[in-house]
Design a protein around this ligand. Structure first.
Ligand SMILES: Cc1ncc(COP(=O)(O)O)c(C=O)c1O
Length: 376
C-alpha cells in the first residue's frame, strides 16, 4: 500500500533513548525513563498525576478500578467507539449503556445522556473520537447533577483542547485534564507512540494511589512483596517509556503536522458535493488523529466499494467504528432505531491516511484519487 492509514514517525531522540535504556540493562518496568515520561506527560496534560501502563485498554480498566466500579454498575458510553471502551466496563462486571452520537462531531450526544441515566449509573466514559473533544462543559454539568464520575477516553486525543467557559471566562483545557480521570493509548498508530503503551491522568491523589497499586500486582507501595489486594501486571517497560519520551519531546511538531494534513484534506475535498467533512467546533482544537470523511447523496451507501477502489489505487482507509450495539457481545434488538445517527455515520464514513509521514504532495495525490473515485 503506497499510502498506509498510519505509520509512526520516529525522528527525535527515540532511538538514542531506546539504546540508552537498553545499554543501562533497565529493560523491564523500572528505570529512569518511566518516571521522566510520567512527569512530562503530566505537565503536557496540565494534571497532577500521569501513570504509565501497558496499553490504552488497561488504562481504562485501571481507571474503572480507581473509581471502584462494582459488578452491576452501569457506565454510559457512546455507541460508536473502539470496543476497548466497552470491554473495560465488562472486565469489571459492569454494564455499558450506549448513547447515540452527534451527527456533526461523531462524539457522544450530550443531550441524550440524561435519558440513559438510571439509579445504577456510576460513570460516563466520553471518547474524544478521532481527536475531536466532546462537549465537556455540558457533560461535566450532567455528571455533577447526577453525582457521576467522568472518565475521558483520550486514546485518540493527545494534545486536543477544549475551551471551557467558567463564570464567563474561557479556559483552554487539554484532553485528559477535564474529567475526573482520563486514559490514553500509545499504540503505533497514535499521535505519539511507544509501540504499545498507555497512560492514566488524574488530579485525584486517591485514584492515582489505587492505580499505582493495581498496575503493579496489588503490591503495597510501602512494603515490598506485601499484597493487600488482587492486582494486575499492567506496567509499561522502560524501553517503551524511552521511545515515548522521544516522541513526547516533539509532540508539538506531531500535532502541527496533524493539523497541516487535515487542513490540506479539507481544502482539497471541500468542493466535492458527495463528501461531508465533520466540522471542528469553535470551542475545541482537534488533534485530528484520523482525518474522517462521510459520503453523501447517491454514494452514501457505497462506502465499502469506495474504500476497495481506493485500496486498488494504493490509498489505504478504514471504516468509522461499527456501532457497538451491533456487535455480538453488545448486541441489542432494534439497534438501528435506538441509535440512528450511529448507524448512519458509521456506514457512510471512513478515515483517510492521517500520519505525519504524509507530505502536502502526498495529500494532493490521495485527494486526486478520492475525488476521481467519488464523483457524480
Ligand atoms: C477510543 C479508544 N479507546 C481505547 C483504545 C485502546 O488502546 P490500546 O489499543 O492501546 O489498548 C483505543 C485504541 O485504539 C481507542 O481508539
Amino acid at each position: 500500500m503506497k499510502y498506509p492509514i498510519a505509520k509512526p514517525v520516529l525522528i527525535g531522540n527515540e532511538r538514542k533513548y531506546l539504546i540508552d535504556a537498553f545499554d543501562s540493562t533497565w529493560i523491564s518496568s523500572q528505570g529512569s525513563y518511566i518516571a521522566e515520561v510520567e512527569k512530562q506527560f503530566a505537565a503536557f496534560c496540565n494534571v497532577e498525576e500521569a501513570l504509565t501502563c501497558s496499553n490504552g485498554t488497561v488504562a481504562l480498566h485501571l481507571a474503572l478500578l480507581a473509581i471502584n466500579l462494582q459488578a452491576g454498575d452501569e457506565v454510559i458510553i457512546p455507541a460508536v467507539t473502539y470496543i476497548a471502551t466497552a470491554n473495560a466496563v465488562s472486565y469489571m462486571g459492569g454494564k455499558p449503556v450506549f448513547v447515540d452520537i452527534r451527527p456533526d462531531t461523531i462524539n457522544i450526544n450530550e443531550n441524550a445522556i440524561e435519558a440513559a441515566i438510571t439509579p445504577k449509573t456510576k460513570a460516563i466514559i466520553v471518547v474524544h473520537l478521532y481527536g475531536h473533544p466532546c462537549e465537556m462543559d455540558a457533560i461535566m454539568a450532567i455528571a455533577k447533577k447526577h453525582n457521576l464520575v467522568v472518565i475521558e477516553d483520550a486514546a485518540e486525543a493527545h494534545g486536543a483542547l477544549y475551551y471551557s467557559i467558567e463564570n464567563g471566562i474561557k479556559a483552554a483545557k487539554p484532553a485528559g485534564s477535564i474529567g475526573d480521570i482520563a486514559t490514553f493509548s500509545f499504540f503505533g498508530n497514535k499521535i505519539i507512540t511507544s509501540g504499545e503503551g498507555g497512560m492514566v491522568t488524574t488530579n485525584n491523589p486517591e485514584f492515582a494511589d489505587t492505580i499505582r497499586l493495581m498496575k503493579d500486582q496489588g503490591m503495597s507501595t510501602e512494603k515490598r512483596y506485601w499484597f493487600p489486594v488482587i492486582g494486575y501486571n499492567y506496567r509499561m517497560t522502560n524501553l517503551q517509556a524511552a521511545i515515548l519520551l522521544g516522541q513526547l519531546e516533539n509532540v508539538d511538531w506531531h500535532l502541527t503536522q496533524r493539523r497541516r494534513i487535515a487542513a490540506k484534506y479539507i481544502n482539497n475535498l471541500k468542493e466535492n458535493p458527495l463528501i461531508l467533512i465533520p466540522p471542528e467546533l469553535e470551542n475545541v482544537k482537534s488533534s485530528y488523529w484520523m482525518f474522517t470523511m462521510l459520503l453523501s447523496g447517491k454514494i452514501a451507501h457505497k462506502r465499502d466499494a469506495v474504500m476497495a477502489e481506493l485500496r486498488n489505487r494504493g490509498v489505504d482507509s478504514r471504516p468509522i467504528f461499527y456501532p457497538l450495539p451491533e456487535m455480538p457481545p453488545y448486541f441489542e434488538e432494534n439497534n438501528r432505531v435506538k441509535y440512528p445517527v450511529s448507524f448512519e455515520l458509521s456506514y457512510s464514513g471512513f478515515n483517510l491516511p492521517s500520519s505525519n509521514y504524509l507530505t502536502d504532495e502526498d495529500i494532493d495525490i490521495i485527494c486526486e484519487e478520492v475525488n476521481s473515485v467519488i464523483k457524480n
